[in-house]
Design a protein. Structure first.
Length: 81
């Protein structure tokens, strides 16, 4: 059962990474990178590194995501493409 869970999370990790690279909307890219970090945190917890998983969830998915969204809303767009 644990092997199947890990496989699902690995596939989800690859999908979120590709999605973050391919999407044109920057806010969607931030959401995809936060999902990537949270999936990585779930993998760490599943492998037994609970402290590393918790840190990844708080820093990678939480604080960095908030910083990216704040930076997006504080900047302006110069082109209309």
């Amino acid at each position: 059962m644990q092997m199947a869970s890990e496989l699902i999370l690995y596939v989800l990790l690859i999908v979120t990474a590709v999605l973050a690279l391919q999407v044109r909307n920057l806010l969607a890219a931030v959401a995809a990178t936060s999902a990537f970090s949270f999936t990585a945190a779930l993998l760490f917890v599943l492998m037994g590194a609970v402290d590393v998983g918790f840190t990844e969830a708080v820093v990678g998915a939480g604080i960095v995501g908030v910083f990216f969204v704040t930076a997006l809303f504080k900047t302006t767009r110069k082109s209309n493409d």
